[in-house]
Ligand binder design. Structure first.
Ligand code: SF4
Length: 731
């Protein structure tokens, strides 16, 4: 077997984990090959809990404070962490890793919560988090041997390009247990040429005896990874047991884990059937409630959408529900399904047999209905190549939808798209663009992979109207929208527009609660939801947990509780879990308190990066709030006419254009009022700055440099929001 040149080796004593913490982090600088260990103290744990909190704290200290750090500066960092509850083999969903970096898409910290074994392996190797800074001169990979206390940097010039091949080679090279002891993180060739690069985290599929993948998709973490010339990270640990986390109360951890798992095993088949179709159960619900993005978020349902429903995927997935499909060892939900024996019709794997990891809902909607593709084969093929190339399926799908609408409506033609005829449903053309991204040439490699915000600037050269691009280009803060229609859900408009990192649903996925369950009918309830849910959902990323076990399978009597949207019984499960692991007395409300510290800290980090004020939460693309075109208005005319009348507008004699414009005034004003209300509830000024009182109440005022930023911006005024969106707001 070929062995690469080792460039640096660092040895360390693997510490005993105490109550979920290794109490140290790993620092690697690729410019100098410096490797060192940093301590974790009680103040750090108390303030930031772990996971994303630790990642952001390491970045706050590690990045230069006297300048706005750009994504491709050598000083930018990639941090990866587990969390105090990560790596627990008795709890569903306890295997997540959280990745942060300054994003190429947004210029602020992005965080991505991903399955696979790397985070737990890292912790059991002795590190609560890993911090990578600097840039290597040539391709390298980092090997962490947690069994023998070694960190090694290797030359990677002999490694293949695609994620699947990289993992295969490194698994053969470093395993002591037929690959089962490894987790590999890799990007792919697309991430070298695009800003929407993702990371693949491997996990071991015991049924198929092979590595499988989950993706840290959002915000270009894979792009930063390849810009640092990292080809892969490998972490090896031969055995994982409950004892290794050394919980304060091991029996307590086991008991609550058993209760939660038993409930899932009993109820999943009666609820969403995650063990059979995973998040593939969502397209039919979204279509029924007019929430499935279709042809660039113009409409929320389509007669052809049934070709992408769960019953279709159930037949395509290989043996779903009949064994191991969990991206964490004991996860009772087991929702990570796959397609074996898939044969791509295009690209370098054309005619070969491959395995497709997924697709999940976001990919089905983004690379399917949202670009008018209703053939599941093409959705699966885009899923496969996006993963292999290291490209985010959400950003790819949403950007493709934008380009296709411009093409269909005649704003651009083949001259702007490098000869590609990008009409609705053109699956092969979309794949051709994806292959160009991997090759780094043509329209895909030179332009498309940089995403929607960049393309708005690029298409200006072809004379495309700026207002239409602002209205239908579905990005905010530079990040593409994930795949939910929000026109009729004011709460989800805020859930996306006020999200710290850009419009990604994991921070505030309110659409289902708002539109399907109608849990927040009043304006005040929506504002309250925009406080509570982002805080609560943040908590999973602090602890190394997956959110799905919280509310994708709920207790049988959940609807009868006072606040069913919060799933109160599960909050109590998590409080018991946290207390049993850490020994800290914990009630349900305490969990949100942990998140609030990190959430406000991240907001102030955004301000430090020059992009965390109200102007940056404003100017959501109007397509996300209402009908942009007369055609859209007419497609739901009865609904919109009724809403105008209920707002006291006499619509007699008004043209469609006049009604559409009036509706826009009303809806844009509602978004502004919601922003005011949500900021107030969060304890922020009208310009979106956490107040000094809030910062003190949260115990953040000891953080070096933080109070100065707050004081500097406390008196700043919100922008005049009647101004059109401008590039200064984001790029
Ligand atoms: S619920 Fe699904 S995504 Fe979450 S840890 Fe379990 S198998 Fe992985």
């Amino acid at each position: 077997m070929m062995v690469s040149l080792m460039l640096k080796e660092f040895t360390y004593d693997v510490p005993k984990i105490e109550r979920g913490y290794a109490n140290q982090t790993l620092y690697v600088n690729l410019s100098t090959n410096e490797i060192k260990v940093k301590p974790v103290d009680e103040k750090m744990k108390e303030t930031f809990t772990g996971g994303k909190g630790f990642d952001l704290w390491l970045m706050w200290n590690g990045l230069p404070k006297d300048k706005v750090v750009k994504w491709d500066d050598p000083e930018n960092e990639i941090c990866i962490a587990s969390g105090p509850l990560g790596g627990v083999t008795q709890y569903p969903g306890a295997g997540k890793s959280i990745v942060t970096t300054i994003s190429p898409m947004t210029g602020i910290p992005i965080d991505s919560n991903v399955g696979g074994y790397f985070g737990p392996h890292l912790k059991f190797s002795g590190f609560d988090a890993m911090e990578i800074q600097g840039k290597a001169n040539s391709d390298i990979y980092i090997f962490i041997d947690g069994d023998h206390g070694k960190v090694q940097i290797y030359d990677a010039s002999d490694l293949p390009d695609t994620a699947y091949e990289i993992t295969r080679v490194l698994s053969e090279r470093h395993t002591e247990k037929d690959g089962k002891d490894l987790s590999v993180v890799s990007a792919g060739p697309g991430a070298e040429h695009a800003w929407m690069g993702c990371l693949n985290f491997s996990w071991w599929d015991m049924r198929r005896n092979m590595p499988r993948y989950k993706q840290a998709g959002r915000g270009g973490v894979g792009t930063v990874f390849r810009n640092k010339r990292i080809k892969a990270l490998v972490c090896k640990i031969q055995k994982i047991t409950l004892d290794m986390n050394n919980p304060a109360d091991p029996d307590g951890v086991k008991k609550v884990g058993r209760e939660h798992s038993s409930e899932i095993l009993e109820l999943d088949s009666k609820q969403n059937r995650m063990r059979v179709v995973g998040t593939g159960h969502l397209p039919s619900i979204m279509d029924e409630f007019d929430l499935l993005p279709t042809r660039n978020f113009r409409t929320g349902s389509d007669p052809e959408a049934k070709n992408l429903f769960g019953d279709v995927w159930e037949k395509i997935f290989t043996n779903p529900g009949k064994g191991w499909d969990g991206c964490w060892r004991p996860c009772a939900i087991n929702c990570s399904h796959c397609i074996e024996g898939f044969v791509p019709k295009t690209g370098p794997f054309k005619g070969k047999t491959v395995l497709v990891d997924g697709p999940e809902y976001e990919t089905i909607a983004g690379c399917g209905s949202n670009i008018g593709v209703f053939d599941p084969h093409y959705v699966a093929e885009m899923n496969f190549y996006c993963d292999a190339y290291g490209i985010d399926t959400i950003s790819f799908g949403t950007t493709m939808a934008f380009v296709m609408e411009l093409f269909e409506e005649g704003y651009i033609d083949e001259k702007a798209t490098g000869g590609h005829k990008l009409t609705w449903g053109a699956g092969e053309e979309a794949l051709a663009v994806l292959h160009e991204i991997a090759e780094g040439k043509g329209f895909g490699g030179e332009h498309f992979g940089k995403g929607t915000h960049y393309l708005k600037g690029y298409f200006r050269k072809f004379g495309v109207d700026e207002q239409i691009m602002q209205d239908i280009g579905m990005e905010h803060k530079g990040l593409e929208y994930s795949e939910y229609m929000t026109k009729e859900s004011l709460a989800q408009q805020g859930g996306y527009g006020l999200a710290l990192k850009g419009p990604q649903h994991d921070e505030a996925w309110l659409i289902f609660l708002d539109m399907v369950h109608n849990y927040m009918p009043t304006f005040d309830q929506k504002a309250e939801a925009l406080h509570w849910f982002p805080m609560w959902r943040t908590w999973f990323g602090l602890n190394g947990l997956c959110k799905l076990p919280w509310n994708d399978v709920v207790p049988a009597d959940n609807a009868q509780t006072d606040e069913p949207a919060k799933v109160p019984k599960h909050i109590e499960f998590y409080a018991r879990f946290f207390e049993a692991m850490t020994g800290r007395p914990t009630k349900g409300d305490d969990l949100v308190g942990m998140s609030e510290k990190v959430y406000n800290f991240q907001r102030i980090f955004n301000i430090r990066q020059g992009k965390g004020l109200r102007i940056n939460d404003s100017f959501i693309p109007y397509r996300s709030a209402g009908p942009v075109t007369d055609w859209e208005y007419k497609s739901r005319q009865e609904r919109y006419d009724t809403q105008l009348k209920e707002s006291g507008i006499d619509i007699d004699g008004m043209t469609t254009t006049e009604k559409k414009d009036k509706l826009r005034e009303i809806r844009e004003e509602r978004y502004r009022l919601l922003t005011d209300a949500a900021y107030k509830r969060r304890g922020w000024t009208r310009n979106g700055v956490p107040t000094l009182d809030k910062v003190k109440a949260l115990g953040l005022d000891w953080i070096p440099g933080l109070v100065d930023i707050v004081k500097k911006h406390t008196e700043s005024q919100p922008p005049n929001e009647t101004l059109p969106a401008s590039d200064e707001a984001w790029m």
